[in-house]
Design a protein around this ligand. Sequence first.
Ligand SMILES: [Zn+2]
Length: 378
Amino acid sequence: MRTDGSSPEKLRELRDEVKRCIDYRAFYLRYCPEARQSGARLQSLCPIPAHAHSGKGHPSLSIDLQQGLFNCFSRDEGGDAITFYELMHGVSYARAVRELARELGLDGRKGRRPSLASASAPDASEAEGESFEPLDAEQTAEVCTRFLEICRAENQLEGTAYLARRGIDAATARRAGVTYFPRRAYRRVMRRVSDSFPVETLRRAGLFNRKEHLTFYHHRLLFPFYVNGRPVYLQARTTAAGVEPRWHNMRGHVPALYNADSLPELQSGAIVYLVEGFTDTLTLLAHGFAGVGLVGAGGLKGDWLAPLGRFRVVAALDPDAAGRKASARYRELFQARGLALAVIELPSDINDLFRHHPAAALELELLTEKALEEIGKD
Ligand SMILES: [Zn+2]
């Protein structure tokens, strides 16, 4: 009996396993990044290619996140996530099941050999008393530079398309050094990385695990942090639905605000936005604004403020309770160093704002002007 999902019974099993593991919200948002959530439903413009919607007008796609079902009211077509995948990719049902299973690391070959997904899992932190001397800054930069170079030689299309769906154009992504490699290139990338450095160096960097596999398997969209023009740290995101955690990074700590290396080029007195995450930072850059991003746990470090001293800094964090609390704390951190921080509250996060409002840039400028006037009065 074949066990790769090619018999009807195995295909059903694999389908059930996909449905058990998939994160419906993440899955549908990948295709409908502009969807609005209300309760356990998403409402979105329908992206199904065969429906040939104009892309304007009323959102016709409704998604039930509990059941994972979709329905396009305008074409009266609906079904489960696998049907949705079939329609989006123009593939057969069996192929949709297998591709989704592979994305979720369920390769349907349990007990035969460990899957690449499990062989590539990052080691539990300092498990079994094993501890690593971290690499020094110079070695870290060499490893990052080479890893990015190897990945950049691979096809960037899926990574570029993922960012484009979030409104971030290819030129902006390239300037920020964002780099991708497709899963089919995983073994080649791993081999080329391991040809470049001793395995001990790669383990100390967190690029390889104790099984000597590259740990960047699900997470192949790489966001480098540059200091003085050299990449010194990497965080990577999965572009697939249902993979948790969504982020993976090399060993060590976030060294700086994201995109801080762009600050030296700016004129004193320029407006610099302080935002959350890679997507919001890149969205600002794509629209000609200057921005730096708070990325990862730990928040803002006092040491990072000195290079911001000669700018007019405006915090535009997420418009929720956590964002407001963070803004207040950061303002104190700035004040403790004799610096001012203007704070604005947008109707949504930066990325949403720019994707939904044609006048987003103007709205941002007006709110900024007002917030800067207010701190001028203090
Ligand atoms: Zn439709």
